[in-house]
Design a protein around this ligand. Structure first.
Ligand code: PBG
Length: 324
């Protein structure tokens, strides 16, 4: 058979395949989420996230050193707030001696070059488990934004490199940027969770932080997963308001959104490979139904191929270990 073009030539062996690979993962692509709790010498395995832990601050610092030694450059911090400090204002969120603020400082001291991003939303601090302040059964936008601004400024003051608002309130990026400017935090970046969908795939995360909504759901602020164009609208709004990096979340079921956002913007795009996506791979692997390392690398490569410049993933350490 005479063929003018034989496409299989470029798939002939591993060397050729690697030479022409369009997408190559590196540990610097990953953002490692970290769950931090009070106490000492504690590493609690999250039941719905096997192999993933909520650490006390001392153990978190050990973990950050390990991550850094593996080539991971960025962490995203979440804290678990004690129940007695939760209320409907979220005020523990901007306590300058709060666990988040202490954690930022301690991690910066221990590994100064590690990028620290911090989750900004009220849910871990809210007695209702909602991302905002609740009035008459509704999540009120503008008062919530005022709280998020205080929270962001306190993270910047503690030394966070990026604040990462994950709440989906209107106008929060502009308000946070303005407050950072006014307080002279001109080096603090904003990674906006811009296209964050109301997703069942956050279930295990809410176990990790004990932050499940006490009533209703998050559909009046997080996006409807039926929508695509709305993701562009949300993302463009955040960029106009001053976001440095934008995010699509979740990742695997939203690869089309990642690509559309990537094509529409000129800032870096991140994607959050969320807790439920982690749990699915772990569960199938435990049953012997999937090859875990292969499932991890294929998933992360697909997310990057879709257009993610950065990937927040609970597999950051596993993947970095496989890549080096
Ligand atoms: C809080 C927040 C959530 C996640 C990140 N920040 C949960 C939620 O919005 O309910 C989910 C992360 C994950 O599932 O891995 N605003």
């Amino acid at each position: 058979m005479y063929l003018q073009r034989r496409n299989r030539i470029l798939r002939n062996n591993a060397s050729i395949r690697n030479m022409v690979a369009e997408t190559v993962l590196t540990p610097a692509d990953f953002i490692a989420p970290l769950f931090i709790d009070e106490g000492e010498h504690i590493s609690y395995e999250i039941p719905s996230m096997p192999g993933y832990y909520r650490h006390s601050l001392d153990n978190t610092i050990k973990e950050v050193k390990t991550l850094w030694s593996m080539g991971i450059k960025s962490t995203l911090l979440f804290i678990k707030c004690n129940d007695e400090w939760k209320d409907n204002t979220g005020k523990e969120a901007w306590n300058e001696n709060g666990l988040m603020q202490r954690s930022i400082k301690a991690i910066k001291d221990a590994v100064p070059e590690m990028i620290i991003m911090t989750d900004v939303a009220l849910d871990p601090y809210s007695e209702y488990g909602h991302d905002g302040i609740v009035k008459e059964g509704k999540i009120v936008n503008d008062e919530t934004v005022d709280a998020l601004v205080k929270m962001s400024v306190s993270h910047a003051a503690a030394g966070a490199d990026f604040v990462a608002p994950s709440d989906m309130m209107d106008g929060r990026i502009g308000a946070i940027r303005k407050a950072l400017e006014e307080n002279n935090f001109t080096h603090t970046g904003i990674m906006a969770y811009s296209a964050k969908y109301a997703s069942c795939f956050y279930g295990p995360f809410r176990d990790a932080l004990d932050s499940a909504p006490g009533f209703g759901d998050k559909k009046t602020y997080q996006m409807n997963y039926a929508n695509r164009i709305e993701a562009i609208k949300e993302t463009i709004t955040d960029i106009e308001e001053g976001a440095d990096i934008v995010m699509v979340k979740p990742a695997m079921a939203y690869l089309d959104i990642i690509r559309e956002v990537k094509n529409a913007v000129t800032v870096p795009v991140s994607a959050y490979h969320v807790s439920g996506e982690y749990a699915m791979i772990k569960a199938a692997a435990k049953m012997g139904w999937l090859d875990e390392p292969k499932a991890i690398i294929e998933s992360l490569t697909a997310i990057k191929r879709a257009g993610a410049d950065l990937i927040a993933t609970y597999f950051a350490k596993d993947a970095a270990g496989m890549l080096t």
